[in-house]
Design a protein around this ligand. Sequence first.
Ligand code: CP
Length: 307
Amino acid sequence: MSKFDHKDLLGIGQLSIEDIELILDTAESLKEVSTRDIKKVPTLRGKNVVNFFYEPSTRTRISFEVAAKRLSADTVSLSASGSSMVKGETLIDTARNLQAMHPDLIVLRHPSSGAPHLLAGKVKAGIINAGDGINEHPTQALLDLYTIREKKGRIKGLNVAIIGDISHSRVARSDIIGLTKMGANVTISGPPTMMPLGIEAFGVDVVYDPIEAVRRKDVVILLRIQLERQSAVLFPGLREYATFFGITKEVVKRSKKDVIVMHPGPINRGVEITSEVADAPYSAIFDQVSNGVAVRMAILYLLIGGS
Ligand code: CP
């Protein structure tokens, strides 16, 4: 039996430190498959994975698809616009119809926080949360943890800054939960209008000035402004945001010499990150994307791969 005793992956909060270490260690051994000439192992042959994406996605959708195929699982993709939800079918009825076709896993991205949790109680298949509203994006946090551990050799004791639209970022929430659980010291920064009330209860320091926030950090994680999730105008304009919160190479110089800069993507060049930072040698943005495949392979394997 696998030591990973979960039907679903809904959030980082449900995972113990041992679970997270098991996922990262499994990803480390599976990463090599993507470098082979024949990028496929038979581990999940005969298993079915449905990728059900209600919101646009490049990295998460494609990397789940690639991860499943590298493990020889069969995959089906469904988008909201291509499903019968446009004809009025509910999320639960759609999921029950999918369940009738006996998938092993449903990977769900949905604009409503809690949608994957709702489905997890309604269908037999495992549910993986691929991002739900402003709540969580657990697989992004796991690939971020993997990338930090790969680059720095450890997570515990590292000083990490997360800068941007914290309120509307499911990545920020999952990263904060994951990083603090694994023993990192987390500082968050961004405009006060994009800072959730009571966020200190998550065990983070809040430093509004980004220049101060990056000071002597090992890792700087930048976030996109989630305009699609904001119901009010939270800052005067993108130019003001770039001026006061955009991270330039001059700002990065305040962090440690061997800092890495990360971003879950999609990046908005010239807004939260300049091109010279995005394309710098210390940028780990494409490492995150590569590691996303290995981490999602590990998650698929641990959820439905058996012993
Ligand atoms: N990081 C991330 O979730 O990117 P996508 O929206 O492209 O999947």
